[in-house]
Design a protein around this ligand. Structure first.
Ligand code: ZN
Length: 406
């Protein structure tokens, strides 16, 4: 094994979710972390030459001398020599519909989160709250808060905001989370924030899950009018929840295409794998990837296959239009927002893996709830988490989660 390959094997991949709105300063923060714009995607997509995934990313190094984390081989703290430690992919939410579905599906695609909370807004804002609830359900423990706009509000409000954030975190069971005031545009306290990201532990998934990739986007990378002999297959973009995928693997895509009143799964071969860091031969979870397949590229055009589940033929999921789960509601919300517990014949929104489907409650017995999904079919494995949202005044509100047992 070459020295370079050995080094690569020691480097770990993690995905962090940067949660917040543009108004909170999320875009500026991501730019400061990566020193490049998250809007890069649209520029390069126009050129449409290679697979561009559009995720922000950066390399994180660990100093041999002082053990600090920095973005350069020369330690940003002491100037010592630092070794590559993490390849970090950033997904930012909300912002992408399918990503939000996955975030709210209880699938552990991400390893940690940076919550961007602005000092000039009351904390929590509803979307931040929902997001933290989802992270809690998933079991993501690595969290750090970047408190922005501290310079705008003055010391009193900054302190008040700090207290609101602490209370919000502790109410949701997140104790001892660092709250770092950042001035992203000037790179102030970004190195401090990176010390916390460096300590994020990669999410450990249970063994035996097999390869499960959640598809966030899909594309046709061919130029219009390309000659058939030069055509490249459809590309699936997303991340692995478990297992691994290598170039040459056969894969099966769920739910597939709806033909003659039934779902037909798509079977294809992985031709090429690319991450934001370059070509990859084999990938595990912790990395946002693009799989070039031998699929007819028109099938993958314009995110047509977003929301799909990719597996290998030896690990096919259950595929049904009716599921039963052990359900536990978010008790406080049930008391305050929903007024009553989940009802027979109620229509709820179900998120499982990359799927988002409406279901009707057809049976309730203790904590067991059965849902009929109508014409939609859900690919899942026993033990998968389903996140349930209920409607309050025409808005879907995260209401609870359950484990699918049938
Ligand atoms: Zn150092």
């Amino acid at each position: 094994m070459s020295y370079f390959r050995a080094i690569l094997l020691m480097v770990k991949d993690i995905i962090i979710d940067v949660v917040g709105s543009f108004a909170d300063g999320k875009t500026t923060l991501v730019r400061a972390l990566t020193s490049e714009s998250t809007l890069r995607h649209s520029e390069e997509k126009k050129r449409g030459i290679t697979i561009r995934l559009g995720y922000a990313h950066f390399l994180l190094y660990k100093c041999d001398k002082c053990s600090s984390f920095s973005r350069k081989e020369k330690c940003e703290i002491c100037g010592g020599k630092a070794e590559l430690f993490y390849r970090v992919s950033i997904i930012d939410s909300p912002g992408h519909k399918t990503l939000m579905t996955i975030m709210l599906s209880g699938a552990p695609l991400v390893d940690g989160a940076v919550l961007v909370i602005s000092a000039n807004n009351k904390c929590p804002q509803p979307q931040t709250e929902e997001h933290l609830e989802a992270l809690k359900i998933i079991g993501v423990k690595n969290i750090v808060v970047a408190q922005t706009k501290v310079d705008v509000v003055g010391p009193d409000r900054a302190k008040e905001s700090h207290n609101e954030i602490t209370e919000f975190l502790s109410k949701n069971g997140f104790e001892n989370v660092a709250i770092i005031p950042v001035f992203a545009a000037q790179n102030i306290n970004i190195p401090e924030l990176l010390q916390h990201v460096g300590k994020f532990e990669p999410h450990v998934h249970e063994e035996g899950g097999g390869a499960q990739m959640l598809v966030v986007r899909s594309f046709d990378i061919n130029k219009p009018g390309e000659e058939i002999k030069n055509l490249r297959g459809g590309v699936l973009g997303g991340g692995l929840k478990s297992g691994s995928i290598s170039v040459g693997d056969e894969i099966v895509i769920y739910p597939g295409v709806f033909v003659k009143n039934s779902w037909k799964q798509l079977k294809t071969t992985v031709k090429n794998i690319q991450s934001e860091f370059g070509r990859e031969k084999a990938v595990n979870r912790g990395l946002m990837i693009g799989l070039e397949t031998s699929l007819d590229p028109s099938l993958a055009r314009r995110d047509n296959l977003a929301g799909s589940l990719v597996v290998k033929p030896d690990n096919l999921p259950i595929f049904k239009s009716k599921i039963s789960l052990n359900y536990s509601p978010l008790v406080e919300k049930e008391k305050n927002q929903f007024k009553k517990s989940i009802q027979m014949n109620e229509v709820v929104l179900v998120n499982v893996l990359a799927s988002k489907i409406l279901g009707t409650v057809t049976a309730i017995s203790g904590d067991k709830v059965t849902l009929n999904l109508g014409n939609s079919f859900l690919p899942y494995y026993k033990g998968d988490k389903a996140i349930i949202s209920r409607k309050v005044e025409n808005v879907w509100v995260l209401a609870g989660a359950g484990t699918i047992y049938d």
